[in-house]
Design a protein around this ligand. Structure first.
Ligand SMILES: [Zn+2]
Length: 245
């Protein structure tokens, strides 16, 4: 974000410190020493200093390691990647390190540069990110009656307030959550147990993937407290999460 006359306010997700927001002095001047380093999705080595007056760090330098340029130059990839970094940025606190989330972010950016559909990369990110952020929903039994779920291919409700699945007889009309088909419940459970590469390459019917992705999208919006800006952008462009084109 632009700041003042010529500075930039940049948000980094770092391996050692978690989210770091800092001021890059004169970054908007021509021939700035930051060059293209502060472009979206850029991986690099950050040198920053704490400042006494604010919780914003002072960015000294940012040396590019990998620019993930391909993820910026294609609208589809840009939209899904922007959603990923917005969700991570809004759900993580400043200076709360999580090497696992950092690793997930890197894997997701690599997948966004790869040949697979970017919607799948964002979907797989969301599936794992909610767990790593401490918001894992229980999918193995009904949160109300305790019966194992799903009984083969039965619909259920993903109830965010209850913290997981609620079987059809127990589900309360209008509760904070989304309805899921039995296939989507089984699919989400399976995708949680497979490796990252397997999840990226898993063969899923488009309607099933859209249903699962929609549930994650709803959970993200609930955790953030509003629909992410990038979701609205993607929806307007007709590119929902999990809809491969
Ligand atoms: Zn039940």
């Amino acid at each position: 974000m632009a700041l003042g006359e010529s500075d930039r306010l940049a948000t980094f997700y770092t391996r050692e410190f978690g989210k770091v927001r800092g001021v890059a002095k004169s970054a908007r001047r021509p021939r700035s020493r930051f060059g293209g380093g502060l472009e979206l999705f850029t991986q690099g080595q950050l040198l920053f200093f704490e400042t006494e007056r604010s919780d914003l760090a002072r960015v000294d330098s940012f040396d590019i390691v990998h620019p993930f340029q391909a993820a910026r130059e294609d609208l589809e990839r840009l939209m899904h990647g922007s959603w990923v970094v917005e969700c991570l940025g809004r759900l993580s606190a400043d200076r709360d390190p999580s090497p696992a989330l950092y690793g997930l972010l890197l894997r997701t950016l690599r997948a966004l540069e790869g040949p697979g559909p970017p919607s799948r990369a964002a979907f797989c990110f969301a599936l794992r990110a909610v767990d790593l952020l401490g918001h894992r929903l229980r999918l193995d039994r009904c949160m109300e009656c305790g019966k194992p779920s799903p009984p083969p291919a039965r619909a259920a409700r993903l109830d965010f307030a209850a913290g997981g699945l609620v079987c059809e007889p127990c589900a309360r009309y209008g509760s904070d959550g989304v309805d899921l088909s039995g296939g989507a419940v089984a699919g989400l459970r399976r995708l949680r147990t497979v490796s990252w590469e397997e999840a990226l390459g898993a063969s899923l019917s488009p309607s099933l993937e859209a249903e699962m992705a929609g549930a994650l999208e709803a959970q993200m919006a609930r955790l953030i407290g509003q629909v992410p800006r990038t979701t609205r952008f993607r929806t307007q462009a007709g590119r929902p999460l999990g809809a491969s084109r």
